[in-house]
Design a protein around this ligand. Structure first.
Ligand code: KMT
Ligand code: NI
Length: 179
């Protein structure tokens, strides 16, 4: 996984938008973003992934294929929803099986966008309460495993005055280490 500050320039969301300023793991860790690289076996099962899942209590999983074929008539609408700045009340855990894409996460307290480029084998955990968004890149295809601790709840809450005071958001902000 490669991370850098988003350039904030207008243009297609699928382009890299690389400002040229890299973001290191200490910064990601300070905002609660974790990642691992676990090479994807040719055809499951995924023993190394299973170890992380067991250790962190991720009991449920499913696979989402984000391509025009995979999402059918929902394709355009889903892409729009994924790129709206939002938070969840639980962790968002993704293991990339094929393809690639960008997860943008908000740094705190700067509120700058950090763009994380994910490829096959990248496992990423976004903490509950972090503002983020997702886009495909120019290759237009990603297959990702979505892991979950308990009952899957994928509900996105778009950023608003209400989410700013959501207890999961407040708890998240209290957990961020501000240097
Ligand atoms: C989300 O919640 O934003 C997503 O699931 C994005 C797609 S997973 C590659
Ligand atoms: Ni999300």
């Amino acid at each position: 996984m490669r991370a850098y500050y988003f350039d904030d320039l207008p243009g297609d969301q699928r382009l890299p938008h690389d400002s040229g300023k890299p973001v290191n793991d200490n910064i990601l860790e300070s905002i609660g973003v974790l990642h691992w690289y676990i090479p994807v076996p040719a055809d499951g099962p995924y023993p190394a992934l299973d170890d992380v899942a067991k250790e962190r209590g991720y009991k449920n999983r499913d696979v989402i294929t984000i391509t025009r074929e995979g999402l059918g008539e929902l394709y355009e609408a889903k892409l729009k929803i994924f790129y709206e700045e939002h938070m969840h009340e639980d962790e968002e855990i993704r293991y990339i099986l094929k393809g690639s894409g960008f997860f943008d996460v908000r740094e705190h307290p700067t509120d700058s966008w950090i763009r994380c480029q994910l490829d096959a084998g990248d496992l990423m955990v976004l903490p509950a309460g972090i503002y983020h968004r997702f886009t495909l890149d120019e290759k237009n295809a990603i297959v990702a495993m979505r892991l979950f601790k308990d009952e899957p709840k994928w509900t996105p809450y778009n950023r608003s005055e209400a989410t700013d005071v959501n207890p999961h958001r407040v708890e998240y902000l209290n957990s961020v280490i501000v240097n």
